[in-house]
Design a protein around this ligand. Sequence first.
Ligand SMILES: C[S@@+](CC[C@H](N)C(=O)[O-])C[C@H]1O[C@@H](n2cnc3c(N)ncnc32)[C@H](O)[C@@H]1O
Length: 244
Amino acid sequence: MKIDYSNISKTYDDYRSYSRSEIHQLIRFGKLKSGIKILDLGCGTGNLSAELLDCIKVDIIGADKSFQMLKKAKAKALQVICADADNNLPFNDNSFDVVIGSYVIHHIKNRMSLMAECFRILCDGSLIFLTSSHDQIERLHPVIREFFPSLIELDKKRFPQISELDYLFKAAGFKNIKHEELIISKIPIDMKYLEKVRNKFVSTFYLLSESEFKEGIEKLKAFVKKNKEPIYRDWWGTMILGEK
Ligand SMILES: C[S@@+](CC[C@H](N)C(=O)[O-])C[C@H]1O[C@@H](n2cnc3c(N)ncnc32)[C@H](O)[C@@H]1O
């Protein structure tokens, strides 16, 4: 099934955001400095760009293939361009100091070609991807794992292993590759979470069968109603960086 970001764009910002501490961790990890030129690849609604700009004075441009996601980013006064990262990127050689792609690499069909394109458009800076490792995907909260049993395997099929990314970074010419774990958020499994899942706040929910999704929602609803005190699930990410 194709994931439709025009539809997702309507509620994306209600459910997905970056906290200040995540942004500061990214700034430290990427050694991001004021004045540098950044490409936010697969910028979506521009959440990451907007938060970065609140913390550091950089020149940032977002690229995404979804017009509807970009419309939301434009409304935040961000510079954006429509571009499909599965094709050559519409930028000259040596255009950026840093390229950041957050939760986009799992959507890319030809990852090797994208890495080579990122290498080409970078000056002597860094490429950074934020993603989830298979180990992190496996750490899904037992309750969600029980209610949506196919979720983990579906995500593991979509998300590249960190070792694959390491290999691709190296093959494209990047050096000094490093990783760091990021706790993206602590999410209470409550009524609000139920609404997020109902609205498929993570695109993998679009890939579940209709019956598994419906059954899972019913089970989650019953669970949330029964539990007066919310329990929390963590959502981890991995940052991976290579230098040109
Ligand atoms: C999960 S969202 C992440 C958005 C944003 N980076 C964030 O962290 O909030 C994935 C984004 O990747 C974009 N995307 C998927 N495939 C793409 C491609 N081939 N070229 C450019 N953007 C793509 C989608 O349109 C969507 O906006």
